[in-house]
Design a protein around this ligand. Sequence first.
Ligand code: F3S
Length: 399
Amino acid sequence: MYLTREEEQVLKGEFGEGTQKALELLVAIGDAYDAEKMIPISRAHAASSGQEGDLYFVELLANGGTSCRVPTSTNPVYDLAYFDNLFDVPKDEGEVARRVMEAYKRVGAILSWSCVPYLAENIPLYGETVSFSESSATPYINSVIGATTNREAAQSALAAGVIGKTPKYGLHIKENRKGTVLVKVKAALNDEFDYSMLGYYVGKRVGYGIPVLTSIARQPSTEELINFCAMANVSGAISMFYVPGFTVEAATVGEAFQGDMPKDRVTVTDDELKRAYDELQTTSGRVDFVMLGCPHYTLRQVEEVARLLNGKKISKGVGFWVCTSATTKMLAERGGYVDTIKKAGGHVVVDTCIDEPCWIAYKGKVGMTDSPKCAYYRRFKEARVARLRDCVEAAVGRK
Ligand code: F3S
């Protein structure tokens, strides 16, 4: 890969060890993908987590004295003080989370601790070149916003944030943004849960590629798009998709395929989505807790939870959790939604991911969620996946 004189100096360690390690990683990735050179980015999002791998790399950079050159936001870990009071989080696990969060602060990241930073804390514009990790973020940035990013890891996105550059390969090249699979959607899509099922099915069916979705009758909402992105990039590796007419980059199916023919064709009917739904249920047993906000709930979703819980009580012994960002929680507090959820016996937590060791108390339990991603990464024993209103009903009636 071609390197500028300054990049060569960074690799020799002339700008400090942290910066050197960050560029070493990016150059190794660039070489692996035959990238011709590094290109500047304007922002990054590191899918941080309270786990050992993250700790190693972010401390390597922080201890090496480097810091972010472009705005770089962070994914949720967990609010140790909150969970330690309730669940007795093992000391070593808590210590990893604390050190990860401290190290991101030392490298000057935006401490968003949110998995939907593209809604509030770190929003790319159309046409920007960025480096975003996190399952919903990558396809959302490429498809809904029309900025360009590859499917990054926490480490490669953080390294890019520190260097302010990324190797030019993959989705940073126009020809690689070509649709590969034509997906005809005959299934009824009425709400964001249907979009979760669609994402789950399309991800599994397409695997690795760029689906072009047709026959979608109306503009999907923000939440529907977030859910499609998150699920398609977990059951599969979907970094980009098109809904011609509704996503920004291609107005027609022909433009999405850049004049080529699709490599494959898929039809999705109600039957496929029903089968996907059935596959996600690992139990029909009585619910021990409900977990919502994977990806982090938007303000509209938190409001919906409050509306459904208003005047009701969650059954004794049933945990009820809504994960969201600190920004959204602040607005939800202003609107009185957090208060309503608390009065019903629920928790609204910030900075927290469902895939963290803080949920230790639910290890052998039955969890219910509206998120196939949460069910997939579950830190509990069995999963029921259902629409939000059914999750609320189950928590109130302990079904
Ligand atoms: Fe967000 Fe964690 Fe789910 S990062 S999407 S809450 S697995």
